[in-house]
Design a protein around this ligand. Structure first.
Ligand SMILES: C[C@@H](O)CC(=O)SCCNC(=O)CCNC(=O)[C@H](O)C(C)(C)COP(=O)(O)OP(=O)(O)OC[C@H]1O[C@@H](n2cnc3c(N)ncnc32)[C@H](O)[C@@H]1OP(=O)(O)O
Length: 549
């Protein structure tokens, strides 16, 4: 077999044609993978290259990872023959590169071959080329990000079918379902591909990363329902764990965003830190937020002590109601609910805080109260314990003012209802230790949350975005426009609910408290309306959420 290689030819149009060669199917062996990295690095460094077309020799794109390498490893146990095939090959080398790539596909693009093509910014193919991810038939799951990218190109249903059945499709079907951008006859393939690549580079065609695309994804609840059905189906093949693992990877990518699993936070991930085990969490406050977080934690098999002030333990009752709601809607079973409830205990003081790994303060948006709590908690918890606040707006340095533990203080901004909403805003100050940030990212993933890591400032990221929107609505309301009409217009625009209904759901007290903090931090840049105060004084506060910390 002739030596595997990757060549590059640069046209006068500024398009570099990078060609994989490894007969008979241009399999992605070590030499091809190394060659791709080398040629891409060269193409990125050359001023005479504007864009790249990636293709394969002898009428084939690529048959995927070189199976003979697997056989070699099975025979010898020598893992060193495995090339470095982290997802970075596709993401860093192709998808995130500063010059666009277009895949020119002919013959076949299978497994890692198709994954390379999906990392490109467009795919041109001959009509009868075979496209597929057959990895599950080999007992593995797509390892170059196919589980993350295929659903974003063809939609969840089709992507799962293609992977679970390991059944390739023809490119003309791929064109219909979004996997292929356009079809070209073999003799025109390279010409069409180079024109497309140039058009992207020159801004005449959209330059979009597959991992960023959501246009083919359904709403999260629909996704979860579909995945639930496929999981039930996969339970019939218990001896093929790769099926469930493939669904796990797909879900991770959809719920947590395409970069899930490769979430990179400078100086936090990839610097040798390892998340510490989290076994027990204390939550202070059993209101809407605290009980929601407690629900999410016990569903992730994490023990919780829920500190309330009122021996009626209304927060515990809310947790139970949350779980019953999930059983009623499915897929939570009665048995899993009973198991989750065994993970939670209501307390009225800090006596059980001695062995907790994290405390989450979930009381009302009142800085002095939070400062008192953190001062008390610092004395009751072990020195490694993470001290998290759910504040949506208050600067962390203010929250931790009365403590000597600024390195352990972090923002864990969940969104109500916390056992349902996937977003988790992780806020760190310049004093927060990288280990604590990584630990909270890990807990967020254990809770199946979408963690976004942002730096400390009033309002952080979400409320810095939310409040201008909220103030614009308050201005229009102040001018006398019907709040229901405002909400109808916003819902028609595409938001799940309008700003007035959202304020009602969250509670006017919470919105008002956050408003005061936000407006004082950005004096002169906000709209101050007294309508909310008037409603609160009139006893109309939104859902009755009594402080119960
Ligand atoms: C990165 C991760 O996602 C992991 C992966 O990519 S796993 C690999 C995924 N790819 C596949 O599973 C493709 C497997 N191959 C096939 O489906 C078929 O071989 C084919 C459709 C590519 C070609 O089929 P056909 O035309 O019928 O010819 P053969 O099956 O007889 O194959 C011809 C020769 O090609 C060799 N070959 C095929 N695929 C690979 C591969 N991925 N790696 C290495 N070699 C491959 C095959 O062994 C035959 O070679 P021979 O010397 O003639 O025996």
């Amino acid at each position: 077999m002739s030596k595997a290689s990757v060549s590059m030819k640069i046209g006068s149009d500024g398009v570099a044609i990078i060609t994989m060669s490894n007969p008979p199917v241009n399999a992605l062996g070590p030499a091809v993978i190394a060659g791709l990295k080398e040629k891409y690095a060269e193409a990125m460094s050359r001023r005479d290259v504007k864009a790249i077309v990636l293709t394969g020799e002898s009428g084939k794109f690529s048959g995927g990872f070189d199976i003979s390498v697997f056989i070699e490893v099975q025979k010898t146990g020598d893992l060193s023959v495995l090339p470095e095939v982290s997802v970075d090959l596709v993401m860093k080398t192709i998808e995130d590169a500063e010059k666009p790539s277009v895949a020119a596909i002919h013959g076949l693009a299978l497994g890692g071959g198709l994954e390379l093509a999906m990392g490109c910014h467009a795919r041109i193919s001959t009509p009868d080329a075979l496209l597929g991810l057959p990895e599950l038939s080999l007992g593995v799951i797509p390892g170059f990000g196919g589980t993350q990218r295929l659903p974003r190109l063809v939609g969840l249903q089709k992507a799962i079918e293609m992977m679970l059945l390991s059944k390739p499709i023809k490119a003309k079907e791929g064109y219909r379902n979004g996997l292929v951008d356009t079809i070209a006859p073999p003799e025109e393939l390279l010409t069409v591909a180079r024109r497309w690549a140039l058009a992207i580079a020159e801004g005449r065609k959209v330059w979009r990363k597959t991992l960023d695309r959501t246009d083919r994804l359904s709403a999260l609840y629909e996704t979860r329902q579909k995945l639930y059905a496929f999981r039930k189906d996969a339970e019939r093949t218990p001896n093929m764990p790769q099926n469930q693992l493939c669904l796990d990877a797909i879900e991770e990518g959809i719920v947590h965003g395409g970069y899930a699993g490769v979430l990179k936070v400078p100086n936090i991930t990839g610097v040798g830190l390892r998340p510490r085990p989290i076994r027990k969490v204390a939550i202070i406050g059993g209101g809407l937020m605290g009980s929601g977080i407690a629900t999410a934690l016990i569903l992730s098999d994490i023990h919780v002590v829920l500190k309330e002030r009122d021996p009626a333990f209304r927060g515990l009752k809310t947790v139970e109601a949350n779980l019953k709601g999930l059983v009623k809607k499915g897929p939570l079973t009665q048995e899993k609910m009973r198991k989750a409830l065994s993970f939670i205990k209501g307390v009225l003081d800090y006596s059980e805080f001695e062995y907790v790994d994290m405390v989450i303060e979930a009381v009302i948006e009142n800085a002095p109260l939070k400062q008192t709590i953190f001062n008390e908690v610092e004395k009751s918890c072990p020195p490694h314990c993470i001290l998290a606040t759910t504040t949506s707006t208050i600067d962390l340095n203010i929250v931790g003012k009365n403590t000597n533990s600024h390195d352990r203080i972090i923002g864990a901004h969940f969104f109500s209802p916390a056992h349902v909403m996937p977003l988790l805003e992780i806020v760190w100050s310049e004093k927060t230790s990288p280990q604590v940030i990584l630990d909270l990212m890990n807990i967020g993933k254990m809770m199946k949350k979408v963690p976004i890591v942002v730096q400390n400032c009033t309002g952080f990221a979400v409320n810095r975005t939310f409040f201008p929107y909220h103030h614009a609505s308050a201005l229009v309301l102040h001018l006398g426009v019907d709040p229901y009409r405002i909400d109808r217009v916003i819902r028609k625009f595409g938001m799940p609910m309008g700003p007035n209904q959202l304020a009602d759901l969250v509670g006017y007290g919470v919105v008002s408290a956050a408003n005061v903090i936000y407006s004082s931090a950005f004096k002169g840049r906000t709209f101050e309306s007294n309508l909310l105060e008037m409603m609160i004084q009139d006893g109309r506060k939104g859902p009755e959420v009594k402080p119960s910390h």
